[in-house]
Design a protein around this ligand. Structure first.
Ligand code: KIV
Ligand code: ZN
Length: 523
């Protein structure tokens, strides 16, 4: 029996986080999970617990703190993975799910696993049974399903459902499928496995975007019997990403004539807020023309379009921007606004903060209020997110002076303090550097002081709000020698200072992650 409720399974914190340089710390993941709960997704895949202590802790904390959605942990078909996932999702009780995966395609069987079909079938069934000993709700994914021989795929589906899987996911792992063919595959599975027809188990889809078809494939699957769609906010994920949550949700809502009767529980008004939070927490910028959540998604520049919109909005606008959370902002605050006004605005923006957090934020608000005439909601959000992305500071910026111009060599003088091994102990270092430009000079001075040679792989600057006095937010991705990208963020009305802060944020994050200090002596 086909129910027409589509389950939205969000994997921003698992597949999304697999994007190079997108890794988030516990506080960042928790903040994203809170927003996903406000967005009212049905399932949050919170991570891959066996991978590291950090991943385990994130899934465990999310399972303990987030109420509403099902909390899911990923596991290979291996006992230690499944047990780690089971222990991590335990605090979610009946709302805990284990997602077990094992590759089934010929190419993966032969070249990756070195296993024949019967061994794969046996391992899949054993994995599902092991997961069932932890939770009732077990999802199984035959990895690279879209390139698996359909007859074998049907056999796998039947076997795992019989072993107790409540959801069978059909991943298009390498983004190889095209909509007509993928839809036909889902229909064939739906018609071949009695438990899919009876509703005892459901088909899920998980599409990657290598050919730009992830959303189209997912939508084709819905029409052919799939009832769970796996997706990520902003479509972030491995390689070209996953199906974008906002596009799936708004396609089915906007074209309810075509997807008649289908519905999901997502609160679309939270989409833009979710997009911005994920972008800032992951350091992955949303392109301006991105559907639904890009800056230009509802901007009409041509005169003909503007004229049409003024006469009747629907002439050129198929969705109401307010339905996805674009809307008018509240009156801005100023330096004269008091702590209570700031606290009320933060609550209105959806942040749950302790009194100590509000106090710390209020001090920063006052600093900004002194520099700019108005403090907009976007400025406040940037300040809060700055607090969330803070990491223990090994190195702190205390002073920065830059000389630059058309006929001078850009020079930066920087003073940093370094937290000592003993609590409360700090050392001060000062040096100057020259560079191709003021940012280069400042970062080179920081490198000399900290004895690092970080490679800047990506640098972006955006204006947080409007006006010439706007806060500039810099996001950097740097490699500090181990080949891994670390994201750092910094905001200031001075973009050179924002750049230095972003670079130091990345360095502190690297040091924190590695729990490894750089040499203490002054260069
Ligand atoms: O793309 C994929 O196959 C996956 C599985 C783990 C579901 O992410
Ligand atoms: Zn995937």
């Amino acid at each position: 029996m086909k129910s027409n409720r589509i389950i939205i399974f969000d994997t921003t914190l698992r597949d999304g986080e697999q994007c190079p340089g997108a890794s988030m710390n516990l506080r960042e993941k928790l903040e994203v999970a809170r927003q996903l709960a406000r967005l009212k997704v049905d399932v949050i895949e919170a991570g891959f617990p066996v991978i590291s202590d950090g991943d385990f802790e994130a899934v465990h904390t999310i399972a303990k703190e987030i109420k509403g959605p099902i909390i899911c942990g990923l596991a290979r078909c291996v006992t230690k993975d499944i047990d780690a996932a089971g222990a991590a999702v335990k605090p979610a009780g009946k709302k805990g799910r284990i997602h077990v995966f094992l590759a089934t395609s010929k190419i993966h069987r032969e070249f990756k696993l070195g296993k024949a079909q019967d061994a794969i079938l046996r391992l899949a069934v054993e994995g599902v049974k092991r997961a069932k000993s932890w939770v009732h709700d077990v999802e199984f994914s035959p990895e690279d399903a879209s390139r698996t021989e359909p007859e074998f795929l049907i056999e796998v589906c039947k076997a795992v459902v019989k072993a107790g899987a409540t959801v069978v996911n059909i991943p298009d792992t390498v983004g190889w499928a095209v909509p007509e063919q993928y839809g036909a595959l889902i229909k064939r599975l739906f018609d071949s496995v009695p438990e899919f027809k009876s509703g005892k188990a459901i088909i899920s889809v998980h599409c990657h975007n290598d050919l730009g078809l992830a959303v189209a494939n997912s939508l084709a699957a819905i029409h052919n019997g799939a009832r769970q769609v796996e997706c990520t906010v902003n479509g972030i994920g491995e390689r070209a990403g996953n199906a974008a949550l906002e596009e799936i949700v708004m396609a089915t809502q906007t074209r309810s004539d075509f997807y008649s009767g289908f519905s999901c529980g997502v609160n679309s008004k939270e989409i833009v807020k979710s997009s911005r939070l994920v972008s800032r927490m992951s350091g992955l910028i949303v392109q301006r023309s991105k559907a639904i959540v890009g800056e230009n998604a509802f901007a009409h520049s041509s005169g003909i379009h503007q004229d049409g919109i003024l006469k009747k909005r629907e002439t050129y606008e198929i969705m109401d921007p307010q339905k996805v959370g674009w809307g008018k902002t509240e009156l801005p605050l100023t330096k004269h606004s008091g702590r209570a006004a700031v606290a009320v605005r933060l609550k209105h923006l959806g942040f749950k903060m302790t009194e100590a957090d509000v106090n710390a934020l209020f001090a920063k608000f006052k600093e900004i209020g002194d520099k700019k005439k108005f403090v907009y909601d976007e400025d406040l959000v940037t300040l809060v997110e700055g607090q969330i992305t803070e990491v223990p500071e090994t190195w702190t910026l205390h002073y920065l002076s830059v000389t630059t111009g058309t006929n001078v060599v850009p020079t930066a003088t920087v003073r940093l303090t370094k937290a000592g091994v003993k609590k409360g102990e700090v050392e001060t270092f000062e040096d100057a550097g020259i560079g191709d430009g003021p940012v280069d000079a400042a970062l080179k001075a920081i490198d000399r002081l900290t004895r690092t040679r970080g490679k800047l792989r990506d640098y972006s600057l955006r204006s947080v709000s409007e006006g010439k006095d706007a806060l500039g937010e810099v996001t950097v991705k740097a490699d500090f020698g181990n080949g891994q990208l670390v994201t750092g963020k910094g905001a200031s009305t001075d973009i050179i200072e924002a750049s230095a802060r972003a670079y130091l944020n990345a360095m502190n994050r690297f040091l924190c992650d590695r729990k490894r200090a750089l040499p203490a002596e002054q260069p």
